[in-house]
Structures are given as structure tokens and as C-alpha cells.
Write a protein that binds this ligand. Sequence first.
Ligand code: 5GP
Length: 186
Amino acid sequence: MSDKTLESKFLGKLLYNQDQIVNRAKELAKQIDEDYEGEEVILLGTLKGSVLWLVDILKYTTVDTKVEFISASSYGSSTTSSGVVKITYEPTLNLYNKHIIIVEDIVDTGNTLKYLVNKLNERGPKSIRICTMLNKQSRRVADVKPDYIGFEVDDLFVIGYGLDYDQRFRGLPYISYLEESDIEYL
Ligand code: 5GP
């Protein structure tokens, strides 16, 4: 089945459409503008899932921004994360004495983010905050608290707007979720 055929099926389990996501990004970008007025900020996107959300925040904030990426893999099955994290792409920009906003797709257990924050702190930034598109608060294990949250989500396996299932569906222009019964058709 092609991604396009599946697209109409996922619409039945739509969580947030593109307008809702973009409007929320605009609201958070405005908060960022207020919080960092006159400052320079590095928007540090986590590859690959945060890319579409990062573009929205980047487009709507008026703060001076530089864009950087970091990639961390958390090993586990394709729908759950294990807590074992490995950095697979390191930022090349100088982070010393800089304000960093980590731009995340989703914070689930928080293990990935906790690891990233600890790693980034070794590079002496002025501050680190977290801007996540989605927050699964009910699954939190690690002691991390996003500063800017697009939407709270229940314990669902979400896809679209950057989020994948087995590297697919990142391009869906909305956020939806998969159930076990959908996965057997993929
Ligand atoms: P954590 O370390 O917070 O448990 O997991 C963070 C990462 O797991 C996210 O950045 C994302 O890549 C992946 N993840 C967690 N929940 C979901 C989900 O519902 N859907 C997708 N596609 N990925 C998820």
C-alpha cells in the first residue's frame, strides 16, 4: 500500500491538522520573541522528526536565530523507545555561551532529551530550553520539563508532520496516530 493510499485512512485518526499546528507554532514563536527579546538564539532541531515543526518556529519567530541540528538514536522496537541513547550527529556550531532552544518532535519518556541536555551542557551554553511539538506527559520517566509545548497527547503512537513509522509518513501535513490494527497493513 502506498503512503498516499494510507493518507485518507489516517485522516480518520486525525489529531491536529496543519492549520492548528501552524497556529500553535505562531503562538509559541511569539512567546519566544518575548522571552529572548534582543538576544540571539540557536534553534537546535533533533533529526529527523522535528524538521517540519522547526521550520514553522523558525518562520514565525522574529528573534535572531541560527539553526543547528543534532541526531540521537534511541534503540528499541519501532514504536517504543528503550532509554539507550547514542548521538549520531553532533552540532558543529559553537554553542559556548549561547542560548539554545532544543526543538523536538515529541517528548515521550524524556530519556532522549535528558541525555541531550546533559551532553549539550558540557559545551557551556548560556541557557537551554526545550520547544516540543508534542508532549506525552503520562509516559514521562526522566526529569525533564519542556518550556514550550505545542500540544499534549495521550499515550498513542503518533505519525506525520515529521514523525515516522519505520521512516515513513514524515511528510503527512497533519498529526495522526496508528493503532496496532493499522500496523499490520503497513
Ligand atoms: P523518549 O526518549 O522521550 O522516550 O523518546 C523520544 C523519541 O522517541 C522521539 O524524539 C521520537 O523520535 C520517538 N517517539 C516517541 N513517541 C513517539 C510516537 O508516538 N511516534 C513516533 N513516530 N515517534 C515517537
